[in-house]
Design a protein around this ligand. Structure first.
Ligand code: COA
Length: 260
């Protein structure tokens, strides 16, 4: 599938999704949001792909937010469509059975921070910057920032970032738990793809169950989350990889997992 603003490189067993509008720091216009949704849906169906890295083109930005030029003059109903499309993309990312690692190579502001938060894991360049600066435009985050940020870093720090719109350094993002790991900028992609390969080598059925139990259990009551965990746990028993994983452990050899 060809896109105008997103590139998808599949190199079995991983794929790299790049937002490719470097002249505007990879800002998200409506077309780009739609293309991201289509790209992730396509990768979910692609059996050659078991883990995904998402990044931004160029050295300056992951994604510098929604495309401010495009939304100027738009009425609220049109922007609701845009925001809901962003929500849909994030839900596709969170509910697909394959892990997505954000390789945050520069500015991750507004919708960029929101897209990074929809990824499973965030790796960042030491030079990256994060923030929800919408308040400075007379707005609030519209692609999940008011919700996911609080869930990731706690409501106190989320309020600070959303109310004041300040950018924070990658180091600060790491300290508050917004970023999993930091790397020198020139090592970021190598480290993100290395980790994607590591995840791609996991038994994919169990990895899918781990992602679904974590992502869908998180917002439930503990009892409902535990119930979901039990279902996903039980589901692992329906797959031959469990037999292989246990046999490999007992026979002191490397497991040879079945490829789904
Ligand atoms: N939407 C549309 N265009 C954007 C953009 C956005 N979110 N972010 C950057 N751009 C464009 C700039 O207008 C500029 O275009 P130009 O070369 O035609 O003038 C180009 O990208 C480079 O950005 P510039 O502002 O010159 O770079 P900088 O290094 O001085 O500043 C940022 C970088 C990210 C701090 C700054 O661009 C910025 O604040 N962007 C908006 C971030 C934001 O508010 N996001 C949330 C939107 S809801």
């Amino acid at each position: 599938m060809e896109f105008n603003n997103v590139t998808v490189e599949v190199s079995k067993p991983i794929a790299i999704v790049t937002v490719n509008r470097p002249k505007v720091l990879n800002a998200l216009n409506l077309e780009t949001v739609g293309e991201l949704g289509a790209a992730f849906s396509m990768l979910e169906q692609n059996d050659d792909v078991r883990a995904i890295v998402m990044t931004g083109a160029g050295e300056k930005a992951f994604v510098a937010g929604a495309d401010i030029t495009e939304f100027r003059g738009k009425a609220a109903p049109e922007m609701i469509v845009f925001a809901k499309k962003g929500h849909d993309v994030a839900r596709i990312m969170e509910s697909m059975g394959k892990p997505i690692i954000a390789a945050v190579n520069g500015y991750a502001l507004g919708g960029g921070c929101e897209m990074a938060m929809a990824c499973d894991i965030r790796f960042a360049a030491e030079t990256a910057k994060f923030g929800q600066p919408e308040i400075l435009l007379g707005l609030i985050p519209g692609m999940g920032g008011t919700q996911r940020l609080a869930r990731l870093v706690g409501i106190g720090i989320a309020r600070e970032l959303v109310y004041a719109g300040e950018q924070i350094t990658a180091q600060r993002a790491y300290e508050i738990g917004l970023v999993n790991r930091l790397f020198p900028a020139d090592q970021l992609m190598a480290e993100a793809t290395k980790f994607a390969h590591k995840l791609a080598s996991m038994p994919s059925h169990a990895l899918k169950m781990a992602k679904l139990a974590t992502n869908f259990g998180y917002d439930q009551s503990l009892d409902n989350g535990l119930m979901l965990e039990t279902q996903c746990f039980a589901h692992c028993w329906s797959h031959p990889n469990l037999e292989e994983g246990v046999a490999a452990f007992l026979e002191k050899r490397k497991a040879n997992f079945h490829e789904d």
